[in-house]
Design a protein around this ligand. Structure first.
Ligand SMILES: [Zn+2]
Length: 434
């Protein structure tokens, strides 16, 4: 540990100063060692006078040689040669490394990766670490005069982190204040965005608890991992989402009862838009100026904004259709159909009979047909009847298969009990003596 610290200090000084500092440090170290001896062993003064045989001293008792550690992130036009030269390594030493067995592992260095070397007092490479990502890389080390080069893989360690947040301003700002990383909060928003409208549904005093993973290498955090469980208290309602690794290799989030938190339909078919006209059965038509029911929702957006299929389905109609202009209809199931009007253009892959996925771009916002400006007119039909897409209760995406239910129940039980335990502990801390 001490050696490591000294080396770190060294990195920041020119060599001449380093020698002086080293001398000073050695003095300090020896003074403190002698000092300790003096205090703890004063009574055993007699023993200290005994002579110690040289062969009793093991190798480990000797002073570790001091290495200088140097590190750099690989930039464009860098090569192993230029980097090592910059570190002050002599050409002969670099060539010796390059001529060693397996040196081809070091031949492809990539921009953004890291190289760390430990140099001895003659600026010779003692060992070199090429770090590919936090998980793996190549290591070269000198043993008995020969460089041994091989790949390595770091052992990753996962730890669970618990956070409890009482929302004062927004879900996001309050989360940041509690030290939750940005990427984790984004995941929390995505997981719960199907059930909670974070702009309109959150009330001060709402709260949430989460458990997420941190990934460590050698005890240091290298990455924020997955969110394992979230529990929202929103306007007195508790919403729990649990991550579960499905047999097909995918991971999804489910309620305690195994219902997929994802819905079969997206809330909105146009991402950057605002609702310019709601579903209204008695509305004056802006072009025809007569009372005509508005059987859908209008999303105003820039011309050319992508229009997304709100659910998985099959294209059942895709052509110009009078007032609706360029129109697309998607049949999602026997019960559900969605309709998209006034499109400027169709996505080139959209043809009647083609299957589409939720979120896939099917066309672009325009003002074809009867429209005053670019917007998407969006309709939602249930069993052939017009339904308000903003009020309809969407069906859930695929639930857990019965064959995976037992495993899910165990995972859900484990995570909810952990969350409750953590919550008990943290709440007890908040109420002194409580
Ligand atoms: Zn409309």
């Amino acid at each position: 540990m001490l050696v490591k610290k000294i080396v770190t200090i060294f990195k920041n000084f020119p060599k001449r100063h380093s020698v002086a500092i080293l001398f000073g440090l050695l003095m300090l170290v020896s003074i403190s060692i002698l000092g300790n001896f003096d205090l703890s062993d004063r009574k055993k003064g007699a023993d200290l006078t005994k002579k110690i045989k040289i062969d009793v001293l093991k190798e480990g008792d000797q002073f570790e040689p001091i290495y200088t550690s140097k590190e750099t992130v690989i930039k464009r036009n860098d090569s192993l040669f230029t980097i090592l030269t910059k570190f002050g390594v002599r050409n002969e030493n670099i060539i010796e490394l390059i001529n060693s067995k397996n040196s081809n592992l070091l031949s492809k260095i990539e921009v953004g990766d890291k190289i760390r070397v430990n140099l001895d007092e003659n600026n010779e490479i003692k060992d070199l670490l090429y770090i590919d990502d936090f998980q793996s890389g190549v290591r070269a080390g000198k043993f008995e005069g020969i460089y041994v080069i091989n790949k390595f893989k770091n052992k990753l360690e996962k730890i669970k982190v618990f956070k409890h947040v009482i929302i004062q301003d927004s879900m996001y700002v309050s989360g940041i204040k509690e030290g939750i990383p940005d990427s984790v909060l984004m995941d929390v928003v995505y997981i719960n965005g199907w059930d909670i409208d974070f702009t309109h549904d959150i009330r001060p005093g709402d709260s949430y608890s989460i458990i997420y993973e941190e990934i460590l290498v050698d005890g240091e955090k290298v990455l924020d991992g997955d969110v394992l469980i979230t529990e929202f208290n929103n306007k007195g309602k508790k919403i729990t989402s649990i991550r579960f690794d499905l047999a097909n290799g995918k991971s999804e989030y489910f309620s305690v009862n195994g219902i997929n938190v994802k819905k079969a339909f997206l809330r909105s078919p146009v991402k950057l838009s605002y609702i310019s006209s709601k579903y209204n059965l008695r509305r004056k038509h802006p072009v025809l100026h007569t009372i005509r029911s508005h059987n859908g929702v209008d999303y105003a957006a820039n011309k050319g904004s992508p229009v997304r299929a709100t659910g998985d389905g099959t294209v059942s109609f895709a052509e110009y259709n009078s007032g609706c202009g360029n129109e697309i209809k998607i049949k999602h199931s026997e019960d559900y159909t969605t309709r998209y009007c006034h499109l400027d253009k169709y996505n080139s892959r959209i043809k009647v009979g083609k299957k589409v996925k939720q979120g896939q771009t099917i066309g672009y916002v325009g003002s074809t047909g009867l429209a005053t400006g670019p917007h998407l007119h969006y309709e939602f039909h249930v069993n052939g009847k017009h339904t308000d897409p903003l009020r309809v209760k969407f069906p859930n995406a695929t639930p857990i298969k019965s064959s995976e239910k037992i495993k899910f129940t165990q995972v859900a039980y484990g995570l909810t009990s952990q969350l409750n335990n953590y919550k008990d502990i943290s709440l007890r801390k908040e109420v002194p003596g409580g």
